[in-house]
Design a protein around this ligand. Structure first.
Ligand SMILES: N[C@@H](CCC(=O)N[C@@H](CS)C(=O)NCC(=O)O)C(=O)O
Length: 211
């Protein structure tokens, strides 16, 4: 059994969606990051950096934070075709996971902070991060040209990026400007595991629709 420490955020949803896709048993341990529960010593013992998501695997005694490493750990544990066996595809998937962790996530996170929650306070930051987020949407749109998923077949790379794109409304992004991203977003939103994993640990809202 896996203890899964999380909250209703894109980084948390990357792991909840994957857990659902893999069909692994897990116990949800909500960490309300708006109430400071990430600073409690018991959680810090699992996640030294004090951020969700994190896991504790009772079977192996392994504790782990950082969404990317958790995803790779869970995929290896379950054995899955969400990680391509073929070497070129494997490393392409890794490249796009790192792209999400180092680019899409942090940049969109700053857009949420400045544009959604603190508009008008820091025009330079708003412009800088929204411009970069739009550039990244453009990169993703180009990558998805002629294929259904980021590296061809549905993989961890898609699961890593999708929850960030699902905040397109917060980011003031019009998905019609990125038609390949829009089609990909809707394709993944239709998956039962995504519909279930999105609402972990709590229901906050329906998955945003892009018609
Ligand atoms: N690099 C980390 C980032 C995790 C992260 O930023 N988590 C946020 C929620 S999405 C958090 O726990 N924030 C609470 C805080 O910063 O105090 C990962 O990929 O797991």
């Amino acid at each position: 059994m896996i203890d899964f420490y999380t909250w209703n955020t894109p980084n948390g949803r990357k792991v909840s969606i994957l857990l659902e896709e893999l069909g692994l048993d897990y116990t949800v341990k909500p960490i309300n990051i708006t109430e400071g529960e990430q600073d409690e010593p018991a959680f810090r013992a699992i996640a030294p950096n004090g951020k969700i998501p994190a896991i504790y695997d009772h079977e192996t005694g392994i504790r782990m934070a950082e969404s990317g490493s958790i995803m790779l750990y869970l995929a290896k544990k379950a054995g899955t075709n969400l990680v391509p066996a073929e070497e070129h595809s494997y490393w392409e998937m890794m490249e796009w996971i790192m792209w999400q962790i180092g680019g899409l996530g942090p940049m969109c996170g700053q857009v949420h902070h400045f544009t959604k929650f603190n508009p008008g306070k820091a025009p330079y930051a708003e412009e800088r991060y929204l411009k970069e987020a739009k550039r990244l949407y453009g990169v993703l749109n180009k990558q998805l040209e002629g294929q259904d998923y980021i590296t061809g077949g549905y993989s961890l790379a898609d699961i890593a990026s999708w929850p960030w794109i699902s905040r397109f409304e917060w980011q003031t992004i019009d998905l019609d400007d990125y038609p390949n991203v829009k089609a990909w977003y809707n394709r993944i939103a239709a998956r039962p595991a995504v519909q279930k994993g999105y609402h972990v640990p709590n229901f906050t809202q329906d998955i945003p629709t892009a018609d």
